[in-house]
Structure formats: C-alpha cells, structure tokens
Design a protein around this ligand. Structure first.
Ligand code: GLU
Length: 568
C-alpha cells in the first residue's frame, strides 16, 4: 500500500474535498438539502413503504407480477405507500414504449400505486420517479462519497471502460460468470486507485471521461449474518470490489441508484427478484458508506416451470411469461391476480375456501407464508383458479368481461352477444348464484363453445346420437316433445312430459328398475332427454336443459326439435 501513498491520499480530507470539487464542480447542493427536499414520511407506526421498480426493457413478465403484488399488498395492508419507479438508467437496453406499456399492464392487473409514474405524468412528492431524471440528485451523493474518500474516478479509454463495464454487468447478473482471476481483478483495482490530483486535472482538461468507483474496504472472506424476510437467515460476504457507481455518462448504476432512491423515497421494504441477492454485499456497503439505514430486503424466488419432469426457470419466451398475452388468451385480470395470490401465500386457498365471497385484497397477506424457493407456474392450476373466480361472477359481470374481450379478439362473436344483451345475460345466468355455481369456463375464449348454441347463427349439431339409438324412436320423441313443450311449464311438468313420452316407447324412468334389469327396457329417461338435448343444444352435455329451453324460447326449441327429427 506504500506505493499508493505517493499518489492520492484517501485519508486526506483536504485532498478528497478538492477531488470532489474537480469532479463535480456543478454540484452545489448537499445531502442535507436533499433530506429537506424529501423529508421523512409521516406515516402510522408499522406502515410499509414499498416500490415496484421495473426497467423499461420490455413487457411485464409473470415474474414481475410477483414483486408488484407483494409490494402493493404490504403497503396497502399496512396503511403505507406503494411507488412505481421506472429504472431507466440503461439507455442501451431500453425499449421504446416499454415504460408506457408497463404502466398500462400494471393498471390492467389492478396494481394501484400511490406515487410514481402514471399514464398521465408523475404523481407524488418524492419524484422524479424516472431515474433518468434524477441525475443531479445522484451527483450530490456521489460528490459526498468522493469528499469522504469513499469513491474515486477512474479514467480509462473507451475500450477499457467497455470491458470494465461488461465485467460489472456480469457481476450484477451472474456472479458465477465472472471468470477473471480475483487476484488479477484486485491488482487492476488497486492500480486504478493510484492517481494524483494533477492526473485528474489533466484528464478532465483533455475532456476524458471517467467512471466513479466505490473505494471498497471489504474483505470477501469476512461474512456477516443477514436476515432476508423471504429467504431467512443468510451469511453475506463483504464486498471487496471497487464497483462502478456512476457510468462515464454520469448516469448511476443500479446499485447506486437503488441506495439513493430507496433512502430518499423512504422505502422500508425492498421487494425484488432473487437474481439481485448476489449484489446484496454491494448494497449493504453502499448504505453504510452513505450513512443510510438499510431497508429490509425480500428477495423473491424465481418462477419455475415443469419441463420434461424437471424444474426450469420460466423464461421470457415461455408461454405465460408475457403478461400482455393473458388478455389475448382470454383470462380476466382478476383470475390471474388470484392465481398469483395462491402461489404467493401458501394459506391463501384455504382462506378463500372459507371466505368465498371476499376479494383477494381482504386476505391478510403475510410475509412468513411466502415460499423461499421457486414457485411452479402451471396453466392447469391457473385454469382451475380462473373457473372458480368466474363462477362467482354475476351474469352481468360475465357479460361485460366477455363482450369486452370479444370486441377486441372476436368481433363477430361480440356483435352476436350484444345484439340482444338481455338474452345473452339470461343465457349466462343459468347455473349462476347459489352454493354450487357451474364452472364451465376459465377463459373468455372458451365461451363461444360453451354458449354459442344459444344463437341460431352459431348453432349446429356437433355430436352424433349414441350408436345404438333407434332412429324411429328418436324421431317420435322429438316430434312428440315439440308438440307438448310449453315454455310456461314448471320444471316438474316439463320433466313429466319427457318421462311420459319415453315410457310410451319402452324407455323407463325408474332408474333403479333399469339398473336391475336393463334388458327389460329399450332404454331409460336419460336416453330420451339425451336425444332432446342433442337436438336443442347440438351437444350431449349442456347447462340445465329446462333453463336452457326457457331462454331459447318456445319457437326456437320447437324449430330445433323438428329440424333434427327431419335430419335423422
Ligand atoms: N430495475 C430492477 C429490475 O428490473 C429492479 C430491482 C429492484 O426492485 O430493486 O430488476
């Protein structure tokens, strides 16, 4: 270290102050000015301040709905604040329109923010909420770190900078991908710490660019206990790397922006993907250097999928990864949110069974019930959850959701549904309400197959009569029922008519007797109603036939019975 002494002396406050002024001559404000501008929040005891902080590099990923749902629940359940911060510090990776699309998608899934970026600008007193607009704020703290001998500039050629920044990126994303020998790394790092004030002046005069690095005091073999609220007790090594705080364009790295923003916005709980766990040593060091109290951390496990029997990470390209696709597939947003809740809290489903009428926002979400290992994404489970959710909707709610979806993805079907809204609502009412509502569809795209037969333009007989059906009997059943059917009949009278027609032809309505000796009969009443069902609905299974006929109306029922009688 002796050789370093003849260069810059990080312990010399005077030198450090001069260096800070050289590097940031335009910065006149101090951290105290910042704390005055962003005062501590006055919130009730225990209120949590959380934020969702996506980078606008693409669509909202299913994995992004996790931290945002957790953040929203924890904040709003505790009377706190939930913030949407757009982390747009990496212009190269930014995708045009991505921020607006993220905002729209989050809103679509009912994730409500109290502060931050919105479709019509920003709201809240702790902004700007786009990191690209917070440059001056970061520089105030960067200057402070330099003035305290905790950060230093590193002038290098563009190529060198690129190489170095690549290394930094890798350490952020995947620690294990860093192939540089740690000794070489250390040497490189120490070399960069060797400079004089004169060197810096000259470089600045020549217009050379610098990155600002932290002057790390850590030793990676020293490990400290740490509690992550999701992962539990961990040991975290000290950071020994002089990582970049400001890039050569003066824009902060994620690490630096995270520390500054979360301090000034008053974040109490940082909820983020577990891919950030390897960076935690850097963040803890940075909070300490800046004199900030570190927030509580919750690192959320990645979403996994099952492929060929093995668990794999749900990647961006997988079906189900892009949150915008669910709309097209026909999932109502509430169904997806509900599914996310079942994955997030192990006791959610049990709670919901006990409280079927309540919304997921009534559920007492708890951090301790979160899984610390990867949740498994599964469409079958999502469909199941969806069917349950939709079964509790009123017919009007289904009508609104379905027509909204169809207008965008199946306009012809939308026109059919909307031609006579009352008729459609009546069709959708069948089997709704009551203790055991029907669970026929989980996605809007399944509705056409479920209820298309209500509309003559979509009606067709798609199934065949059972092979052993006596066609003469079938014709008689259809003709006779068409003569007897009255829409004013109550259910019992209606069924008696069917039974009577069957009995006359040798189809018993005594199911016990039939089971005891099937050979004695041509068939039973289920065969009779099966024939009628096929003629009226075109299929062998349908919602309650009595109700279906009442919705279809006498004319239509009779016409269908006769048309089929003629056809067979
Ligand atoms: N911008 C980071 C990301 O998209 C956010 C991580 C965080 O929440 O701190 O991964």
């Amino acid at each position: 270290m002796d050789s370093l002494k003849k260069y810059f002396d990080f312990e010399d406050a005077g030198q450090c102050g001069q260096l800070a002024d050289l590097l940031f001559p335009e910065v006149k404000e101090t951290p105290d000015d910042m704390f005055r501008r962003y005062p501590d929040r006055k919130l009730p005891e225990g209120a949590k301040v959380t934020r969702f902080a996506p980078s606008p590099t693409g669509f909202l990923h299913f994995g992004g709905l996790f931290p945002s749902t957790v953040g929203e629940r924890l904040a709003h359940q505790s009377g706190g604040v939930f913030i949407l911060r757009i982390e747009d510090t990496d212009a190269k990776r930014e995708v045009e329109g991505a921020a607006a699309s993220l905002i729209e998608t989050l809103e679509y899934y009912g994730i409500k923010f109290d502060e931050g970026a919105t479709a019509d600008g920003e709201k809240g007193d702790y902004g700007p909420y786009y990191q690209s607009k917070r440059r001056d704020i970061y520089h105030v703290f960067a200057k402070k770190l330099v003035a305290e001998g905790k950060a230093y500039p590193c002038f290098s050629t563009d190529e060198e900078l690129e190489e170095l920044s690549k290394q930094d990126m890798k350490t952020v994303v995947k620690e294990k991908d860093r192939h540089i020998d740690p000794e070489v790394q250390r040497e490189m790092m120490l070399k960069q710490r060797q400079f004089t004030l004169e060197d810096v002046k000259q470089s600045l005069e020549k217009g050379e660019k610098f990155v600002l690095r932290i002057k790390s005091d850590g030793n990676a073999s020293e490990k400290h206990p740490f509690t992550d609220l999701v992962k539990g007790k961990l040991t975290v090594p000290e950071n020994d790397e002089d990582f970049v705080l400001l890039k050569s364009d003066g824009i902060p790295t994620y690490h630096f922006a995270h520390a500054v923003d979360d301090r000034l916005m008053g974040t109490t709980h940082v909820i983020r993907g577990e891919e950030w766990l390897p960076s935690l040593p850097k963040h803890l060091q940075l909070f300490r250097y800046l004199g900030f109290k570190a927030p509580k951390y919750m690192h959320i496990a990645q979403i996994m999928k099952l492929e060929d029997g093995a668990k794999k990470k749900l990647s961006k390209r997988d079906k189900g990864a892009n949150m915008n696709d669910y709309k097209k597939m026909g999932y109502a947003p509430e169904c997806v949110s509900e599914y996310v809740m079942t994955l997030l809290n192990s006791n959610y489903e049990e709670w919901h069974r006990a409280n079927p009428e309540k919304k997921y926002t009534d559920f007492p979400f708890s951090i301790s019930k979160m899984s610390s290992s990867g949740c498994l994404f599964d469409f079958a489970k999502l469909d199941d959850v969806s069917k349950n959710v939709l079964s509790r909707y009123t017919a009007e709610e289904i009508f609104n959701g379905l027509t909204g979806w169809a207008e965008e993805y199946d306009p012809d079907f939308a026109s059919v549904l909307k031609e006579d809204p009352d008729y459609t609502v009546r069709a959708l009412s069948i089997g709704r309400g009551g203790k055991k509502p029907r669970k026929d569809f989980g996605v809007w795209s399944e509705c056409k197959a479920y209820m298309g037969f209500f509309y003559d333009c979509l009606f067709e007989v798609t199934e065949m009569l059972p092979e052993n059906t006596d066609l003469q009997d079938a014709k008689r059943i259809l003709t006779e029922f068409s003569e007897l059917y009255e829409s004013g009949d109550d259910q019992q009278t209606w069924f008696e008519k069917i039974k009577e027609i069957g009995e006359k032809l040798g189809y018993t309505s005594d199911m016990k007797a039939y089971k005891a000796d099937p050979e004695k009969y041509k068939g039973n009443v289920a065969d009779v109603s099966g024939i009628i069902r096929l003629a009226v609905t075109g299929r062998s299974s349908s919602p309650d036939m009595y109700e279906v006929m009442r919705v279809l109306g006498k004319e239509r029922v009779k016409a269908r019975l006769m048309a089929y009688a003629e056809k067979i």
